[in-house]
Design a protein around this ligand. Sequence first.
Ligand code: IPM
Ligand code: MG
Length: 368
Amino acid sequence: MFGKEEGTMNLKIGVIKGDGIGPEIVTEAMKVLDKTAARYNHTIEYTQLLMGGASIDVNGIPLTDETVASAKACDAVLLGSIGGDAKTSPWYQLEPSKRPEAGLLKIRKELNLFANLRPAVLYDELKGACPLKEEITDGGFDMMIMRELTGGLYFGDRKTVCEDGVMTAYDSLTYNENEIRRIAKRGFDIAMKRRKKVTSVDKANVLDSSRLWRKIVEEVAADYPEVTLTHMLVDNCAMQLVKDPRQFDVILTENMFGDILSDEASMVTGSIGMLASASLNETKFGLYEPSGGSAPDIAGKGIANPIATILSAAMMLRYSFDLDEEADVIEAAVGEVLKKGYRTIDIMSEGKTQVGTAGMGDLICSFI
Ligand code: IPM
Ligand code: MG
């Protein structure tokens, strides 16, 4: 991965443009990556990969084994978004295991991407978009949701059967101690680089899997004496996120709870088009994607906000390539563009200058 010249690298990046607004927003992130690589004398080798609806259209299934192998051969993968409108798209006429989302679940499992990092940050410039009262968010908030991504309900046995003439569906929620331990360690490691606070979220008043979760998280916490650990029940956490989001630093939680809480947390920032995410395994490999969906209603219009994808590319440089300075430069460029008053339509407010997807990408490049 290292280039000939000292400090320069050849980055092998898999690119899944995906469906909906995916291709537009990924194109802008690639522009920003190219500009950054040029400034620091790195080279980038992109491998285009098909997943989701785009793969169904070509291969009949949302992710082929060949694509998984190609992804594994890269150092990291940048993903736009997958999926379409479930009411109108023919992809959703297929059986569940062949729909776009199944591709996403398969790549998570096959690449062992168990640690999903979802930051939810209130940007000072975008405070106006936050749906919470100002006295609640005064001073801003900055939390990291650490969601377990390859276990629990998403990957347990499931079936739908007819029992004594009654249709019955089963989904099983299983965690073993090793799965809990490895995600907990990641959560505490991240907390050590932040404000040293972990809120572990579970439903230990009802579920056995949550009681084991709590026990193992406490064991891991013993190795991190500087980190303050709090346990919180998931229903309470859902309330606390809107009551006082400033109390959170790292939220550590299992797959399903993390899915729900991360949508809630992104909503309270008011600007989901700004939020990046990373899914990591035991190595430096990671899959990086914006937190928002494929937004089929605005696909192809050139108005989607590419910032979340651009910030995901910055996360990639930081976590998969240890290029912290390069990542800082991208994040600072995003900050500059916002400070200068440029906005895509989703974060537009009075007195600001509205730009499109490509315009936003170009502006960010101009500050790199
Ligand atoms: C997410 C999404 C996925 C999930 C869906 C598309 C399967 O909601 O990444 O949060 O539930 O994990
Ligand atoms: Mg989700």
